[in-house]
Design a protein around this ligand. Sequence first.
Ligand code: ZN
Ligand code: ZN
Length: 268
Amino acid sequence: MDGNTYRFLIFISVFALMLILESFIARHPTVDSKPRRLGMHLGLSGLNTLLIKFIFIGGAAVGAAEVAESKGWGLFNMLDWPYELEFLLVVIILDFAIYLQHMVVHKVPLFWRFHVVHHSDLDLDVSSGLRFHPIEILASMLYKIVIIYILGPIPIAVLVFETILNGMALFSHSNIALPARLDFLCRKLIVTPDMHRIHHSIEVSETNSNYGFNLSIWDRVLGTYKEEAIKAQPEIVIGIDAFRHPNELTFYNLLIMPKKYGKLTYVT
Ligand SMILES: [Zn+2]
Ligand SMILES: [Zn+2]
């Protein structure tokens, strides 16, 4: 099996596990239809995967690392650091880059138009981790490729990072109740579902916090961390003010949302 097959199998396994856990230990009541959202989000994810494959023919992020390696481009291809150290640094640096990107898409109105698709979800569960507008996915990949050309990372480290990012996106969006002590301990290092649910709160100050994807340390160090929402976790109102009705959140409307609601600014 090649790396992409492993990545896909891990993705499917985490998705299935979270889906099962959600039916036993749900943390938050739902307002929209779960099957409808699941179908829509899987459709978006399929479309995004096809677009990435079609547009980044050379193999997207991992492909860029392979090109950088073969041409000797980037910082790590010029340094002779221990493999393990480079591997660890690549995974950490890419995570920080994604944290910064997430903060920026909240602050720049043009980017927020696209990211709003993710935040328009009225519920939060494992499938929300797939709810991204195609333009945001493509722009994010372009951004990652630029960073990879600058970094010159080991390709396998990029593959591992991408796999962790996919898995963590499913975990952190899942509607599961972790024991409070376990959530507290995990949050010291990684983003948990309770931590990310605060980011999906309708309260603007809460939306503009907890930007982390994998590691929780960036929010803690850079002052964007929120331990708790104003409301208790099960009472957090999920989504944003502009979209409160499931009927207007169809697959087609998600695709045209950046244009339709283009005038919307959401910067604090
Ligand atoms: Zn966000
Ligand atoms: Zn999210």
